[in-house]
Design a protein. Structure first.
Length: 133
């Protein structure tokens, strides 16, 4: 997939993001599975699943010229499928993307600007609501 290792080096670029909070109940595993399947269908990278929080990015690890359309299509489809059980914050920004770590531990990630603010919006949002940020 990567012929050029420089493609994975940390560099600033335009990406699209979706942060999802999944309602905790007996169907949470099934709902997370639906989110993952739809994200993969729309060529997204799932950066993290931490408890009930899912961080999803479009345009990484490689640039995609139609990443905004893919994000909007994903948000539309996931809200139709699981709307009342999700809170969603999404948008686009320019940020550092690439590998972080050292020779013993390496991780490809997105350093989303204003992450704490976005997370705060997400956690205070009622389930069934979406914010474009």
């Amino acid at each position: 997939m990567f012929n050029n290792p420089e493609e994975l080096e940390m560099r600033k670029r335009k990406i699209n993001f979706v942060m999802i909070l999944v309602k905790e109940d007996s169907n949470i595993a099934e709902r997370i599975s639906v989110v993952i399947n739809l994200a993969q269908k729309h060529d997204a990278m799932i950066d993290a699943i931490t408890g009930i929080l899912i961080s999803i990015y479009f345009g990484v690890p490689l640039d995609h010229p139609d990443q905004k359309q893919k994000r909007l299509a994903f948000v539309n489809e996931i809200s139709e499928s699981l709307g009342p059980f999700l809170s969603i914050v999404h948008g686009e920004c320019e940020c550092p993307v690439g590998n972080v770590g050292n020779e013993n531990q390496m991780n490809f990630t997105v350093l989303l600007p204003g992450y704490k603010s976005k997370l705060n919006k997400l956690t205070t949002l009622e389930f069934g609501h979406i914010i474009a940020d």
